[in-house]
Design a protein around this ligand. Sequence first.
Ligand code: OOG
Ligand code: NI
Length: 467
Amino acid sequence: MNETPVKDPMPMPASHYLAADEIRTLFSEAMSRMYQAEVPQYGQLMQLVDRVNADTLAAQPALNQQLQDNDELTRLGVERHGAIRVGTAAELHMLRRVFAIMGMHPVGYYDLSEAGVPVHSTAFRPTDEADLQRNPFRIFTSLLRLELIEDQALRTRAAEILSQRDIFTPQARELVALAEQQGGLSEEQARQFVAAVLETFRWHRHATVDLATYQALQDAHRLIADVVCFRGPHINHLTPRTLDIDTVQQEMPTHGINPKAVIEGPPRRRCPILLRQTSFTALEESILFAGEQEGTHTARFGEIEQRGMALTPKGRALYDTLLNQSRQAPAQADNAAHQQQLAEIFRAFPDDETSLREQGLGYFRYQLTDAGHRQADTGTPATGDLEALIRAGLVKATPITYEDFLPVSAAGIFQSNLGGASHSAYAQNANQAAFEQALGCPVTDEFGLYARLQDDSARQVLQALGA
Ligand code: OOG
Ligand code: NI
């Protein structure tokens, strides 16, 4: 590997360090370039998404204006997330330190074992509103659960193989230590850091094991082979934002892209909730196994996402109930039929902002209206609670966007990209404590983040109005 030596740390005032948000942006741009070069079909998906986004904006001037007002237009074409899978606690622990330097912190715990995928996961992401606004890039990170491999000999063999690799370059390790010691990285160091860290997520055509070992692991679970048999946790997809996921899903085939069968998540709604996602199915790529044996592996794909309002625990419980109902209903032949069935079941989920707010199903941000500002300036206290102030036209409420992931959707994305038969649920289930132990810290509870945003905004408007 070609490595520039790390410069001796020069004591530097914190203001001379590059902001974590900017390092994250350098990183997401570098990942995007690398992935488009590695997986040309992903570049084609991005072009399709760009075109559909442009058409959508042209057809919906109000949406165009809204994105412009929120300063979102310029970032529309940048990726929102990617995903990786690691094999050991030590790898996950080091990743936590790497991502922290880019302002990405573990939020949420996702148990995928229930869906027959032997991993548990978190999302490394910015947690502050301003940081999300600058660049919301997240990495959905899964840790393999070797303890779910039944065959003990195979389990031992997998652990042995994993113990022999270091997924980080020496320079990446040095720069992480340097950043922690200094409390930041200069621009030049940050660029070196991003280049060094990129190596961890690169694709390797050479497997570290022979074909027979790969096949044994593949037979236990295709995901186990993907994690164990390579030099590192190759980025397995990146995900731009679409303004119209239904159209992109529909148009993929005419662009030579093969979409997964259905869009994951809630149906299309007037008031979008949570997260809708779809992907193109992973490509079969040629691999050189130890002993120069040729074979293939499917791991890498492209995905798109469309986000809606974050739901409260009550709203989420209703979502989970309805989603379960739809999963028990007869499987539909195609996405159109699936969406129609979903839409019918989700009629039980209120679809106007007032009901969603009044019933405590979604999280909202409260702000003063112009009239509210004028009222606040008079210094005369307003009376009534938030809903009364909204009715009086002094306060407006806008939905808070969901920034996290959905375990059932994630499992659907995993399954459709592993190919082969799907695995039934594992007997053991969630083990957040073990995951956090590996990570070296607790994951942040996502509901707490949304609740704080909502409560802070409510407190501020009530204070301003003296109510
Ligand atoms: C991760 C799948 C989950 C999502 O968007 O829900 C995911 C993986 O396949 O490693 O990325
Ligand atoms: Ni994804």
